[in-house]
Design a protein around this ligand. Structure first.
Ligand code: DUC
Ligand code: ZN
Ligand code: ZN
Length: 469
């Protein structure tokens, strides 16, 4: 099966130009000059021609931070691999990198194998895994080396959640030394969880139990302190470091200092930190529970959002991922009625990342190529998937999104495809719409219809990061 996508503007991380994209089977085989002899003969020979007049033709989105069916806080994230990856496809994301989790006292290999089995045959799009190391033991460190050789090339540790996923500084240093040896990327949840838990307990005892308290006790200072500490430990341990879900401008400052010193330090932010504020979203009584996530949504008084957009321009923030971790209000977020500490942490957004960040192009915060770079090319390079993913060029997988930059619509629980009983983004009007999605050459979304099937997605063995300096 050959497909030619013609009359569109092909966008890469370095530019946007009229070009025709020829796909043969699962891969892109040529990017052709419109009107050229080769383009004309490709059109004549193609089994199918897609007219992308007025549309952008972009590499499929790569979301390197999702949590399908994650057990968390006594419940399980409400999207499973089937519903979550299908929703991702609807939103123009054609690759996710999710997490396998080793909890305290458990064996890394067994946890990884169980996660692989859970996803097998269920995904709509291609997927890979990072490994969360929740118990840094000698055995876990050895297993990390084996996993890197099998395509799991990044590991997440937590400086938060004492007694659950928390690693102390010695454990972090050892894991970083292991990454220095095996080439893996160290991902860090950088918040000082010991200090947070002190403030959380004090607030609870004062009777402050509403969701907004979650935002007050998880102080920006605790994120910036942990980010600074992680950077120093990574320097000593000689490992590359990737800070996940960065939300505080003070933490961003720490990343910028390290990067200015030439360190292999990178950071990701998420749409929720660019769109929401503590005052407007977390501080609305119980309804604020929908916005409880960690790191938390920050105050609008401190202009974190402006600084994050700036970081996206300067590359101190190199990736936008969603941290998709959905919980329904009913029965899930409700676990924390009367105690904000028991509200499961997470927001669902895997379907909306491409549109939400495209708004930065519409408002002039970022350029069109930068949109593609942040949402597709850099995440792919960062996580060892490039050039298979993240670019439209011969030899790459035919993961292609045809995007209408003129369309206008409103995000709502009524039109989303995620398995959540509300939308954190309810009522937000966006310009731009995903019209057609190809995953390895197969048209899986077109004309407001889902045409794929469960299990189309393949497991991705990843290489080492090709983003390091
Ligand atoms: N960290 C994540 O990355 N996801 C969900 C919760 C959390 O703390
Ligand atoms: Zn985290
Ligand atoms: Zn996460």
């Amino acid at each position: 099966m050959t497909i030619l996508i013609k009359n569109g503007t092909v966008v890469s991380s370095t530019g946007a130009d009229p070009a025709e994209v020829l796909i043969d089977g699962e891969v892109i085989v040529a990017v052709l000059q419109p009107g050229s002899e080769l383009a004309l003969s490709a059109e004549n020979g193609a089994d199918r021609v897609i007219d992308a007049t007025g549309k952008l033709v972009v590499p499929g989105g790569v979301d390197v931070h999702t949590h399908m069916e994650l057990p968390f806080g006594g419940t399980i994230a409400s999207d499973d691999f089937e519903t979550g990856t299908r929703a991702a496809a609807w939103g123009g994301t054609t690759t996710i990198v999710d997490f396998a989790t080793q909890s305290y006292g458990l064996d890394v290999r067994e946890c990884f194998d169980a996660r692989m089995e859970q996803a097998e045959g269920r995904c709509a799009i291609d997927y890979g895994f990072h490994m969360i190391i929740g118990d840094v033991t000698d055995a876990a460190l050895k297993e990390m080396d084996l996993l890197v050789n099998e395509g799991v090339t990044s590991f997440k540790l937590f400086m938060a959640y004492p007694g659950v996923f928390y690693s102390d500084d010695g454990q972090i240093l050892r894991a970083m030394q292991q990454c220095a040896g095996n080439g893996g990327l160290m991902m860090m949840h950088a918040e000082n969880g010991i200090a947070i838990d002190v403030l959380a307990e004090q607030a609870y005892e004062r009777g402050e139990t509403d969701p907004v308290t979650h935002g007050y006790v998880r102080r920006a200072e605790f994120e910036s302190e942990a980010t600074h500490r992680a950077i120093q430990l990574a320097k000593v341990g000689a490992a590359p470091l990737y800070i996940v879900h960065l939300s505080a401008k003070q933490a961003l400052e720490q990343v910028a200092i390290a990067r200015n010193n030439g360190a292999n330090v990178f950071a990701e932010t998420c749409p929720q930190y660019l769109y929401f504020s503590l005052e407007e979203h977390l501080d609305q009584g119980w309804d604020g529970a929908a916005y409880v996530c960690s790191t938390p949504i920050r105050s609008h008084h401190d202009h974190h959002q402006d600084e994050l957009w700036k970081g996206l321009r300067t590359n101190d923030l190199a990736v936008v991922a969603t941290d998709h971790c959905p919980f329904c209000m009913k029965e899930q977020k409700e676990l924390g009625v009367g105690d904000f500490r028991a509200i499961p942490n997470g927001i669902g957004g895997v379907e909306h990342r491409m549109d939400l960040i495209f708004q930065g192009v519409v408002t002039g915060e970022i350029s069109l190529p930068r949109w593609v770079e942040l949402c597709s090319t850099t995440p792919s390079r960062m996580m060892g998937l490039y050039p298979r993913k993240g670019i439209i060029q011969p030899g790459s997988d035919a993961d292609v999104v045809i995007y209408d930059p003129q369309a206008t619509w409103t995000i709502s629980v009524e039109n989303h495809h995620m398995n959540i009983d509300h939308s954190a983004y309810e009522g937000i009007e966006v310009n731009g719409h995903v019209d057609t999605v190809l995953s390895r050459g197969r048209v899986i979304v077109d004309n407001n219809q889902y045409l794929g099937s469960m299990g189309d997605g393949q497991y991705l063995r990843r290489g080492l990061s090709s983003y390091l300096i």
